[in-house]
Design a protein around this ligand. Structure first.
Ligand code: BES
Ligand code: MN
Ligand code: MN
Length: 462
């Protein structure tokens, strides 16, 4: 029988080729132009799960993109691990900022990935990380050492809010019954400093529209006499933070959980260099809420950010105009206990209340989700920790992430189980950005670590 290390050594070229083939399909869920590609990706996942040894694989139709479900039940008395991942990816634009086309994967070495990294949209988020689980399953089934039952649920709408999955999960509580949920869709601190994600932020995403006059106006004839929606929108947005970078929406912080100084001290022990952080982003200074460190600002504190703003003339040259309308897309990252629907309502009423009478304001909520925290004394966390110790040789650090996977809170509510977030990407892997990549070392390390999670989870479950 091969150990996982030997198995990887023998099969790694095939593992890489298979992932590259998956990355060639542009499964962009946000853009209907790619719907056939999203569907084709779902088919590929089905095939991969069958080949990896699932006994039953199903394409579950939903009002949106299908959910791929697969399982291998070896003994109903043994514990069950439910693996979740997503096969959809973010849009690839701006395309001209990619060094190679986003759906023609290339392998290149980087400073942090001396063994090479696969560059493609979805390489890290989440095709590469999801596929590690498929290959880990292949190892366990082909070597006959799968120690427990396994279920896979891979969706195609994570990047657009998981609406169909939120519809599917409550209807399939029995089918999805499990003892722990395992997800690789986050990151870790560094290749020699593994970490396990213990928290995710929630999200409220809104779009605002400010309307001034009923048509675009000559800025000389009307300028100064009527409200310019772009000026007004800018002022309104600026007023959403005070001089200490606190968010000014009344009630916004009411439910924010304040961590004890002890917990904050514990968090501060995670290795972090402000200098390299600034260098990597080419900024002279960081910026954020008064009284909190960089790592606190992007994990345990809520935020409000404009994600896009538009209106008026943005073409070549100059056009003297006062636009009739101005728009912005705004996201708020939330922390556990803040309810995203409540925050959306607070935002809406505040934003409407600060608008002067000279404009009309429309706030349209997009999607959202609750934050998540998971304890480190669960057997799931302990099993993950032991798995990393086995393959990295060090104890992983628990760390809260700033990103969101809104469906995780719903899993806990509906399926009553904890999620373990074993991410193998790095923050510098440029997810959602041009030149997204995933280290080959990280990909193979993930495949190597996952079977140990199964092993230790089954042992600790007894
Ligand atoms: N995998 C990410 C979330 C993530 C990345 C969490 C890294 C922690 C570390 C996921 O695909 C994602 O992009 N989520 C969105 C939210 C979603 C509703 C569009 C996000 O965080 O912006
Ligand atoms: Mn993801
Ligand atoms: Mn994503």
């Amino acid at each position: 029988m091969d150990t996982i290390k030997q198995y990887i050594e023998k099969n790694k070229n095939r593992f890489i080729t298979e992932l590259i083939d998956l990355l060639k399909i542009p499964s962009i869920s946000a853009d209907p132009a790619f719907s056939q590609d999203v569907l084709n990706t779902a088919d590929s996942i089905m095939k991969a799960l069958k080949e990896a040894g699932c006994d039953k694989v199903e394409l579950c139709e939903t009002p949106g993109y299908p959910i791929i479900y697969g399982e291998k039940i070896i003994d109903p008395n043994l514990p069950t691990v439910l693996v979740y991942g997503h096969y959809d990816v973010q849009p690839a634009d701006p395309l001209d900022l990619w060094d190679a086309p986003p759906f023609e994967p290339v392998i290149k070495k980087t400073e942090l990935h001396p063994d090479g990294a696969i560059f493609a949209r979805g390489a890290c988020d989440d095709k590469g990380q999801m596929y590690m689980h498929v290959k880990a399953l292949e190892y366990m089934t082909s070597e006959g050492n799968l120690p427990c039952n396994v279920k896979f649920m891979i969706e195609g709408e994570e990047e657009v809010g998981s609406e169909s999955l939120a519809w599917f999960v409550p209807k399939n509580v029995e089918k999805l019954a499990n003892d722990v949920i395992l997800i690789s869709d986050t990151g870790m601190i560094a290749n020699d400093i593994p970490s396990i994600t213990t928290g995710l932020r929630g999200l409220s995403y809104v779009e605002v529209e400010v309307t001034g006059p009923n048509r675009d106006l000559h800025s000389g004839l009307y300028g100064g006499a009527v409200a310019n929606p772009i000026n007004i929108l800018s002022k309104m947005i600026a007023s959403l933070h005070d001089e200490n970078n606190h968010i000014t929406i009344p009630g916004f912080y009411d439910k924010v959980e304040n961590l004890s100084q002890e917990e904050r001290n514990e968090m501060a022990k995670a290795p972090f260099s402000l200098e390299s952080y600034k260098n990597a982003l080419d900024i002279d200074d960081v910026y954020g809420e008064e009284g909190y460190t960089t790592n606190e600002r992007n994990s345990i504190r809520p935020t409000l950010d404009v994600n896009g703003i538009w209106g008026g003339y943005t073409g070549e040259g100059a056009k003297t105009v006062i636009a009739s309308k101005a728009y912005a897309k705004i996201s708020m990252r939330l922390v556990p206990n803040q309810d995203w629907e409540e925050i959306t309502t607070l935002f809406k009423s505040h934003f409407e209340s600060i608008a002067p009478d000279s404009v009309k304001v429309k706030v349209t909520p997009h999607h959202g989700g609750q934050g998540y925290v998971t304890p480190i004394d669960s057997i799931g966390y302990q099993a993950a920790s032991k798995a990393y110790q086995e393959t990295f040789g060090v104890t992983p650090i628990p760390q809260r992430s700033g990103g969101s996977i809104p469906i995780v809170a719903l899993f806990e509510k509906e399926l009553k189980s904890k999620t373990i977030l074993m991410g193998f990407g790095l923050n510098s892997d440029a997810i959602h950005s041009p030149n997204e990549h995933f280290g080959i070392w990280n990909y193979l390390k993930g495949i190597e670590t996952i079977p140990y999670f199964y092993k230790y989870f089954s042992e600790l479950h007894k």
